[in-house]
Ligand binder design. Structure first.
Ligand SMILES: C[S@@+](CC[C@H](N)C(=O)[O-])C[C@H]1O[C@@H](n2cnc3c(N)ncnc32)[C@H](O)[C@@H]1O
Length: 304
């Protein structure tokens, strides 16, 4: 079974080939998804190996053994286009994922940002990019609630993702127990209610986070933030796309603002002059002084 799973995606010999000459099967599949009505998902920037593995898994799960019949299925079946899209953009997350990262946020980053906001009487603004089902921005809301609740501090937290389904789950704010393993007991007792086999966030926390549909690769950036978490999103992107995203995030941060990447992610070399690393293990960076670029507004959406 395992060897079957790790077998690379290969074209089967002897099949009718519906592909244009010179275009690989995976690229053809990507084009079908991109041109489908299912989404504006831009696959061009995504890492080839990552895409290949997921496409191969999807082909196996419909009981096919090669890309050619799958391409035909994909072109005829919108449901399959949606399923492939969901497979390509997995939404795995956890509350307080990598708890030691949240320890550094608690001990160092949030107190510094809170002090800055107090001094300038401005909002503390937090952006979770690729927020999946909301676990990450809600973890930040829980943290801020327990750290800064007594203070007269204005707070704005947003979560953005490319997946409408993930955002719907995020807005619902109800989770299975396995997503909550790292939530401290007192936060669990205080801010969740158990309903229909799910732990649901109380309104106070739900209302602290706003969610927006946003593709970090192709939509206009629209939010300025003091702290940006973009964890386990860059891993899907090519180096060129990582550079573009990091430049966008640098433009969204003021000098001294913080960026947190995932544990398996790092700054591409060309972006190292934009940030200094303040915690290499937790992948926490601080924006260096530089020209702030204007960010266009996303029409019709409040920026808080
Ligand atoms: C593995 S989850 C990471 C969730 C969370 N940040 C964490 O670390 O637990 C990756 C998320 O990135 C989202 N994503 C992928 N490409 C994206 C893009 N171009 N723009 C916005 N979100 C994207 C996916 O939809 C998915 O929800």
């Amino acid at each position: 079974m395992l060897s079957r799973l790790s077998r690379p995606l290969q074209r089967q010999s002897g099949r009718q080939a519906p592909l244009s000459p010179g275009i690989s099967p995976n690229r053809h599949i990507c084009r079908s998804v991109r041109s489908s009505a299912a989404s504006s998902f831009a696959l061009d920037g995504y890492k080839d190996l990552c895409i290949k593995r997921r496409i191969a898994a999807r082909i196996r799960s419909v009981g096919m053994h090669g890309p050619d019949p799958y391409i035909e299925l994909l072109e005829a079946d919108q449901q399959e286009q949606k399923k492939l899209l969901a497979t390509l953009s997995i939404h795995v997350s956890q509350f307080f994922r990598n708890p030691s990262t949240y320890t550094v946020l608690t001990d160092r980053v949030l107190p510094e940002l809170a002090q800055r906001s107090r001094n300038s009487s401005s909002k503390l603004r937090i952006w979770s990019v690729g927020c999946a089902n909301g676990e990450e921005p809600y973890s930040l809301a829980l943290l801020c609630q327990s750290l800064l609740a007594d203070e007269d501090l204005l707070l704005s937290i947003i979560g953005t993702d490319l997946s409408s389904e993930a955002l719907q789950r995020a807005k619902r704010g109800c989770y299975e127990q396995n997503r909550l393993a790292a939530v401290p007991k007192e936060l669990l007792q205080r801010y969740f209610v158990f309903r229909d086999k799910h732990y649901c966030l109380v309104d106070k926390i739900k209302m602290a986070v706003r969610f927006f549909h946003h593709d970090i690769l192709s939509d206009q950036p629209f939010y300025r933030a003091d702290l940006i978490l973009c964890r386990n999103v860059l891993i899907y992107f090519s180096r060129r796309q990582q550079q573009r995203v990091l430049e966008i995030l640098a433009a969204a941060l003021p000098p001294g603002g913080f960026l947190v990447l995932g544990r398996a992610e790092t700054l591409v070399t060309s972006c190292r002059q934009l940030f200094r690393c303040i915690d290499p293990a937790e992948r926490i960076y601080q924006r260096l002084d530089g020209d702030e670029q204007p960010l266009p507004s996303l029409s019709g959406q409040s920026q808080g």
